[in-house]
Design a protein around this ligand. Structure first.
Ligand SMILES: [Mg+2]
Length: 345
């Protein structure tokens, strides 16, 4: 007996997007999307209607462009859908909100297989469903390449939003989620070594998956807000660069501990990949982007919520002090850490 896998396209369905009307395409796409808990009116009318129990709506948007943010050769449609949703869900979590719904607008070439669009819907749903969120609306248009514009809506459940600007000297710096894995996966693909047995297959799979479809710790955002986080963001551009953003917005210094001490498990996990590529796992952990973990600051003495680990402390800023240090050494403003002292964030 053969088991259908979601990734395996139906070999007899060679319908192209250009063969279908908009309503025919929607009839394939929409049923693959779950209905989020906040939905009052779902797809089919001119607008969806979502509950906003808090009375305020959290909103953020991201665009993914074929060959800029993803490549068909490296990522399946399902990966692209999961990634597009994940990075938006992480943004809602990063202010301490619970994501409620996504609005997804797609530009699709007529030459694209319709089954690619169906798998994209499955990927969006994969990422949203665990958190009770889902796609509530969007738009379709034809165009020369695939573009996804994804907007997330979220609810603060009565809490104040956690901003980047609230870190205070004495606070603990903490991180939830994985570090450096997406960068390691990207490095394998970029080197053409995705199938290289020099790296154990389980580890290859793990880091490639982290690059293709990151899994942000969405509930950790709400948990951080409940625990009194003073500042937070999701790490999309690398730990050092995003730490610099909190430091700049808050007018403080973030003094990160040596990753060999506080992120030893992530470094150990990535070591075989780094070894095979002649790369530096510390560099991936400190500067690798797109893991979409959460970086937050908490008042001293707070019991960190599940998933968070302390990785440093907030210090007083001064004119001649760097914005971010690692193990007491200045990190560069560009998010690098090997250009010590070259720049002050
Ligand atoms: Mg963000």
């Amino acid at each position: 007996m053969t088991r259908a896998t979601p990734h395996a396209p139906d070999p007899v369905d060679d319908t192209l997007v250009g063969d279908l009307s908009e309503s025919e395409l929607l009839a394939r796409f929409v049923p693959l999307l779950g209905s989020p808990a906040a939905t009052l009116v779902g797809p089919g009318d001119d607008c969806a209607v979502l509950a906003a129990p808090d009375g305020r709506v959290v909103v953020s948007t991201d665009v993914l462009v074929e060959d800029v943010h993803f490549r068909h050769a490296w990522s399946s449609a399902r990966d692209v859908g999961r990634r597009a949703a994940a990075q938006n869900l992480a943004d809602a979590a990063a202010v301490g909100a619970v994501p409620t719904g996504l609005v997804v607008s797609l530009v699709l070439p007529g030459s694209l297989p319709a089954r690619w669009v169906e798998d994209l819907a499955r990927g969006l749903d994969d990422a949203c469903r665990p958190w009770g969120a889902g796609v509530v609306g969007g738009d379709l248009a034809g165009g020369p390449l695939v573009v996804l514009a994804v907007t997330v809506l979220g609810d603060l459940e009565g809490r104040a939003p956690v901003l980047r600007s609230g870190a205070r000297p004495g606070d603990v710096v903490a991180h939830a989620g994985v570090r450096g894995r997406s960068a390691a996966g990207y490095a394998l693909l970029a080197a053409g070594r995705a199938d290289d047995d020099a790296v154990p297959v389980d580890l290859r799979t793990l880091v490639l998956e982290a690059f293709r479809a990151p899994s942000p710790p969405v509930p950790a955002g709400r948990a951080a807000a409940l625990a009194g986080a003073t500042a937070m963001l999701d790490v999309s551009d690398g730990l050092l660069r995003d730490a610099g953003r909190i430091a700049a917005a808050s007018g403080v210094q973030l003094a990160l501990d040596d990753p060999a001490d506080v992120l030893a498990d992530e470094l150990a996990l990535l070591a075989p990949v780094a070894g095979a590529l002649g790369a530096d796992a510390t560099d991936w952990v400190l500067t690798g982007g797109e893991d979409h973990g959460l970086l937050a600051t908490f008042p001293q003495g707070v019991v960190l919520p599940d998933g968070f680990r302390a990785i440093g402390r907030v210090a007083q800023a001064s004119d001649d002090a760097p914005r971010v240090t690692v193990g007491g050494v200045a990190a560069g403003a560009g998010g690098g850490w090997d250009h010590f002292g070259a720049d002050r964030g």
